[in-house]
Design a protein around this ligand. Structure first.
Ligand SMILES: [Zn+2]
Length: 280
């Protein structure tokens, strides 16, 4: 979810807070049968549909192809049964997803005949949210409302590992607005004070890349490592209930300092991924 266009960003926060508040009209577990998911062996039954104006019709098959490639590459992940992508034109590059409704709005610029790397990163990132939502669908409302910042880490990890690019989630039109999405730069937790859900885990992203994901010997282990990261993020949400909470808009994580929140997550990831990080 990129933040270049303020209007869309506000709209996005609105949807996020709707989805995370108690009065949410979106109730993933009850209202969306299609989110029940299937194991990778059953991926052929996954329905991928793409809705597009004529000028982007050539992108339809590329989009379906990328989703299939994500399923194949990370075959340890549970994936949604059905996914619908709507191509649209925005003033900026921006995508949004609705928890409980497997629809991705992907904004494309100009008369593109093929997806740019940034389009692919957006698509995979949003798909990552649905995979995350499948994983937490049985959890309490408290846990799900706390999940935003952890979801953003996983959605970014998926795009970074799919493209093999630690800067995959940066918006190069607005690099400073997406600073915290950069896996390539290590920043110590004590030096990071931003608690916005996309940005708060910049130190964790740097840790993941420098200690695990960038190691040549780990690249072919992504199909195991990425599901382990997802599992750790979900477990961490459970352990933070009662300590952390989202703010009223669902856009910030409060209850501890960003440094403490990062340190706790880095410790959990380090323990879980020790077998992959011992050679760093
Ligand atoms: Zn996102």
């Amino acid at each position: 979810m990129y933040k270049l266009t303020t209007g869309f960003f506000v709209l996005n926060i609105f949807f996020v807070s709707l989805a995370q508040g108690n009065s949410t009209p979106f109730k993933p577990a009850e209202s969306c049968a299609s989110i029940s998911g299937s194991k990778s062996e059953e991926v052929p039954v996954q329905k991928i549909s793409v809705e597009s104006p004529r000028k982007w019709s050539s992108l339809k098959s590329q989009i379906a192809d990328i989703i299939k490639k994500v399923n194949k590459k990370f075959d340890g992940l549970l994936v949604p049964d059905k996914i619908h992508v709507v191509l649209d034109e925005g003033a900026g590059r921006f995508t949004r997803s609705y928890p409980g409704i497997n629809e991705i709005d992907l904004y494309i610029l100009g008369e593109s005949k093929s997806l740019s790397l940034s389009d692919i990163a957006n698509l995979v990132h949003e798909y990552g949210h649905f995979i995350f939502n499948l994983k937490i669908k049985g959890m309490t409302e408290n846990a799900r409302s706390l999940s935003g910042a952890y979801q953003e880490v996983f959605a970014d990890v998926l795009a970074v590992c799919f493209l093999g690019d630690p800067r995959a989630n940066l918006d190069f039109d607005a690099p400073s607005a997406t600073l915290g999405r950069n896996f390539a730069e290590v920043i110590l937790p004590e030096n990071w004070h931003n608690n916005e859900i996309h940005d708060i885990f910049w130190p964790t992203r740097g840790f993941l890349w420098s200690h695990i994901l960038s190691k040549p010997q780990n690249i072919d282990k992504y199909p195991v490592i990425v599901p382990l990261i997802l599992e750790t993020l979900v477990d961490q949400i459970t352990s933070e209930i009662g300590v952390l909470e989202p703010d009223a808009f669902g856009s910030r994580l409060v209850g501890s300092s960003p440094a403490e929140i990062n340190n706790r997550l880095i410790t959990s990831l380090g323990l879980k991924l020790a077998q992959f990080s011992e050679n760093h």
